[in-house]
Design a protein around this ligand. Structure first.
Ligand code: ATP
Length: 262
């Protein structure tokens, strides 16, 4: 369960994690002053504190929904758990093989075919050649891209891209699966298939994090829920309770969420 109390062997432990993004950019207030400086723009540093002192832990076998408004820090949290983004302060412990749509999506080489990327992605994730040979057909069939599987990925639509990323991610038999729904732009039929597969992963005692704006998916697939607000954990607990509080906070009825649901 999601808790701040310590249990001996959690799948994921997040301890006082903060993440600050620093972006430098050139501030050019007016065209005239830009001319005066002759191209030597003033460098400004823009800092965004995306996560502030976030702590929780998740036991093995739990499915955690992560909800919150745009910019609340959900994807940042997934990136830090995946190990793609180190926290600015605090600590993250992850016990088990993590598989994420995010990491794989980033790792795809668009010049290579889907088939080549599946092989590379699988090897990068620690699968052996034999395991890959065994699982390749299943991965390709699940993605359902037909002959596009042998085309360079730069010819893919974003939906096709995420179908393949999802398929690789769930077939790696991860201990911990991270899914950021912002990336899964598959059509309704694929989403349904993806939801079934996520339930299977969850039922096989895997740990799953699902970032979603679809409250229906969270209720259907998750046993726990974390609500992030402006980089902080606002609430955590049973999905029904957390979603009710979140809807109330947004001052929208829960019905509004069904519009964006599958
Ligand atoms: N690479 C980056 N560089 C600078 N700032 C960033 C970067 N990525 C995210 N941010 C900022 O960090 C904050 C949290 O962003 P994040 O993407 O984690 O939110 P989110 O909850 O996933 O949002 P959404 O629901 O819109 O996907 C936002 O203010 C965003 O502008």
């Amino acid at each position: 369960m999601v808790t701040t109390a310590e249990t001996p062997n959690p799948a994921v432990r997040v301890d006082n994690v903060s993440v600050t993004y620093r972006t430098t950019f050139e501030k050019v207030p007016t065209f005239k002053s830009a001319l005066r400086r002759l191209g030597r723009g003033k460098r400004e540093v823009h800092e965004v504190q995306a996560l502030t002192d976030v702590s929780f832990q998740v036991d093995h076998g739990k499915s955690i929904g992560v909800i919150g408004s745009n910019g609340a820090g959900k994807s940042t949290l997934m990136r830090t758990i995946a190990g793609i983004l180190p926290p600015s302060t605090g600590r993250i412990e992850v016990h088990g093989r993590v598989s994420t749509l995010l990491a794989l999506g980033v790792g795809f080489n668009r010049k290579l075919s889907g088939r080549e990327n599946v092989v590379l992605g699988g090897l990068a994730a620690g699968m052996t050649r034999d395991e890959l040979d065994e699982r390749y057909e299943e991965i390709a069939e699940f993605a359902g891209l037909g002959e596009f599987i042998d085309m360079p990925m730069m010819t893919y639509s974003s939906g096709m891209y995420s179908r393949l990323a999802f398929s690789v991610a769930v077939h790696l038999n991860p201990d911990i699966l991270l899914i950021d729904e912002a990336l899964s732009t598959g059509d309704a039929k694929f989403k349904q298939k993806a939801a079934r597969r996520m339930r299977e992963v969850a039922e096989n005692a895997g740990t799953m994090f699902l970032v979603s704006h679809s409250m229906r998916s969270i209720k259907k697939l998750c046993s726990e829920c974390i609500w992030l607000h402006k980089g902080e954990v606002k609430m955590q607990g049973e999905p029904e309770e957390v979603i009710a509080a979140y809807s109330k906070f947004l001052e929208v009825g829960e019905d509004v969420f069904s519009l964006e649901d599958m």
